[in-house]
Design a protein around this ligand. Structure first.
Ligand SMILES: [Zn+2]
Length: 468
């Protein structure tokens, strides 16, 4: 394929979207299996043991619902550093003497939940424009909201648009164990055309979102994708509007750089993005039956986010004043559209798209979106599988997250109930482990003691670098 590209510039001009046919994971074939890489979709090589906590945690004798499709069974899950190292029969005691053993008999042990859509630094209600645009305030807003997610049993969060370096810095602090919270997979700024969604002033003349990178023309769209990846983007997020040439440039560049690209779009823009080879479409916004058919044919996934619109309808009776969203919104039309996508066989994921002060509704919005999926016709175990395994695959992290299997990253949720039988039990959060670190216990946040350094000139005690 590569030599084919070099063979003839004439051929390339005949096949302008050839680059889009190179799978985004193509870059990974240059990384030999067994190479240590970052725990994000970029898979950057790193030294062995980088940033992982030390020690062993044993979750003894729980009711293990592993997310693979198998029914719950009694077993013991062993976590070594930040990976699941064994799943043992309940009768086994095969773990190191110094392991931290937690008796979870009678509780359900399952993979952590994943939320595919948020804006972690979004302005709070009542913020002045100056306060809303303060990146320091944005980082603090984000740091506060992280706890709401982890307390809800959500161990991974996909940030679909926040300002500047904020989501990348929060991700780094979480990865280093310095902040308690879910993993962050971030797009950075949203890319859109001049005055596109996110870049339009509101009807009262308020300033548009600061988390937006306006781009004009295919070369600038390509550049905007490169800027995002240079900052650390795990995926690319674009919004309508854009020309066919602009979205094609963005899709090709994202795939060349080895990351997925998703669009918050509607109507003709969804069709354009799908034809350009986009990986995913956010939201339940209008599109033709032909576009839905094309999404299914091209295996374009969708994060339909019914819940934020349900919140908007409850709060203000409708969606008003956007110059980029000029069509009628209704709850029933949204639901019917998502049902059509399900019936067409499109892969759907769970995301909540919380903004303003809605984070404080957590965990209700996530649970309500799960109940929306039950209303769409999924069984309760299927909905749990979407919230974990399918969402991990949509993050491009299916080989590392989403199920409890040996070798996977240790993101574990322990509940006082059986959510695979009774969905509402998903609210009964007892323990949450993210990346081998206990973050919630007894339903309460666990903030570890800071790493105490010895006075200058004294050697640190063995194990003093434990960041659990
Ligand atoms: Zn959003």
């Amino acid at each position: 394929m590569r030599s084919f590209i070099f063979a003839s510039t004439l051929l390339v001009s005949v096949l302008p979207s050839l680059a889009a046919q190179v799978p985004r994971t193509e870059r990974r074939r240059w990384i030999a299996p067994g190479t240590n890489v970052t725990d994000d979709p970029r898979r950057i090589p790193i030294p062995a043991g980088y940033n992982a906590p030390v020690g062993t945690i044993v979750l003894k004798g729980g009711r293990v619902w592993d997310g693979t499709g198998a029914p719950a069974r009694t077993a013991t899950v062993v976590i070594t550093r930040n990976h699941i190292s064994a799943i043992l029969p309940a009768s086994s005691g095969d773990w190191p003497k110094d392991a931290r053993v937690i008796d979870v008999a009678g509780k359900t042990v399952m993979p952590g939940l994943i939320d595919l859509h948020t804006h972690i630094d979004y302005r709070q209600g009542g913020n002045s424009d100056a306060r809303a645009r303060s990146r320091a305030d944005g980082a603090l807003r984000g740091a506060e909201r992280l706890r709401y997610y982890i307390e809800s049993g959500i161990t991974s969060l996909r940030d679909t648009g926040s300002d500047g370096e904020t989501p990348f810095l929060l991700k780094e602090w979480i990865n280093e164990g310095r902040l308690v919270g879910p993993r962050i997979f971030a797009a950075g700024s949203i890319i859109t055309g001049r005055g596109g969604h996110g870049a339009e002033p509101d009807i009262a003349g308020g300033k548009y979102l600061s988390a937006v990178r306006e781009a004009a023309g295919p070369a600038d769209w390509r550049d905007a994708v490169r800027e995002a990846v240079a900052k650390g983007a795990d995926f690319i997020k674009v919004t309508s509007h854009f020309s066919a040439e602009e979205i094609q440039a963005a899709v090709d560049e994202a795939h060349d750089l080895g990351v997925k690209i998703t669009a918050d779009a509607e109507t003709i823009y969804i069709e354009r993005a799908v034809r350009a080879g986009i990986d995913m479409i956010e939201h339940p916004l209008p599109r033709t039956d032909e576009t839905i058919r094309l999404m299914a044919e091209k295996k374009v996934e969708s994060d339909p986010t019914l819940i934020p619109y349900q919140i908007i309808f409850r709060l203000s009776g409708g969606y008003f004043g956007s110059t980029s969203r000029r069509f009628t919104f209704s709850d029933s039309a949204n639901f019917a559209l998502v049902k059509k996508m399900k019936d067409a066989g499109i892969t759907l994921g769970i995301g909540t798209d919380l903004v303003v002060d809605w984070f404080q509704y957590l965990p209700w919005p996530y649970h309500e979106e799960m109940r929306n999926f039950v209303k769409l016709g999924y069984t309760v175990p299927e909905v749990l599988g979407i919230a974990t395994r399918v969402n991990a695959q949509m993050l491009d992290m299916g080989d590392k997250l989403g199920t409890l299997e040996v070798g996977k990253l240790a993101d574990v949720l322990i509940l006082n109930g059986n959510p695979d039988e009774k969905l509402d039990d998903i609210a009964k959060v007892d323990i949450v482990i993210r990346d081998g670190r206990v973050q919630v216990q007894g339903g309460q946040l666990v903030y570890p003691h800071h790493v105490t350094l010895p006075p200058p000139g004294q050697a640190p005690a063995p194990g003093a670098d434990i960041k659990r």
